[in-house]
Design a binder for this molecule. Sequence first.
Ligand code: DP6
Length: 343
Amino acid sequence: MKATAVAHPNIALVKYWGKRDLEFNLPAAPSLSLTLGGLLTRTSVEFRGDLDADILNLDGQVFTGAKLRRISTFLDIIRALAGLTTHAEVVSSNDFPTGAGLASSASGFAALALAASSAAGLKLGARELSVLARRGSGSAGRSIFGGFVEIFDGTQPLDSSESAPESAPGERPPRAASDAAFARQIAPPAHWDLRCLIAVTSSAEKTIGSTEGMQRTQESSPFYADWVASVPADIERARSAVLTRDFHALAKTAEASCLRMHASAMAALPGIIYWNPTTVALIETVREARAQGMPVFFTIDAGPQVKVFCPAAALEECRDLLSRVSGVQQLLETYPGEGARLV
Ligand code: DP6
């Protein structure tokens, strides 16, 4: 009743920001990402008859309260699937800073979904695992797969080969939509040797987590509906840019998706600003370098770090460029990584 899994975080090129259903954690729109090799979460889960509550040990610290409740709620889904009533000890560690916009919840819930479902004796395929991981954290569904990955919002028409979600006419039960909001790989890691440098501009834990930031945006931003409506076209553009390895098309779409997501959050009440002055300086530096012909673009999640993409051949030049920006504390180097796996 014990298993250990590893998973990498991922970075969205077309962002997920908003939910259609809270209980099933269904995204309001699809999203598209690259799984990041070079950063790793390792998670062990053991279901033990002697425990009277779940235990969460994260980076050597034992957590109770909201963090533990989120894990226990997730383990409840697995317990229900496996017909188990025992509690579990979860021991997880990241080799990168937690909670600072580096998508630790993505690699965290991907590794947890795989380790916990295996420890519980469930044998889930990659698609089912992505649905399970997504229930823990929307972005985690994508980290089940390596390379370039998209996740559906559960409203797409399925191919005739797929099992269609059962739904009464005119309505779609969340359970079926939940199963249809799965991730899939659109290209393996070796398809395109892009590099992503993560410019760390602050190591402080963020003040507004993604879940809360999304909710506030949904409830109060006048730009939210337009943001959601803009996503499907960006998905088409980004997928085609990835498949044809068109760096400039991907740069344009990824920066637009990032800025629209942040604009919708900034327009919430009160407005959510995840950036600091170094974040803005990095945006300007990257855009100027691209205007001068360097193949480089940025994207930013719910935190102040800036993720900068370039082709492998431009890595040294890109590293030099970013290290000259004052306020950059650290540059983490990542590359197209593999999906979650048992170890
Ligand atoms: C800005 O996956 O952390 O990184 O489903 O509430 O856990 P929950 O949200 P989460 O949100 C990620 C938001 C983002 C964009 C992205 O990764 O697509």
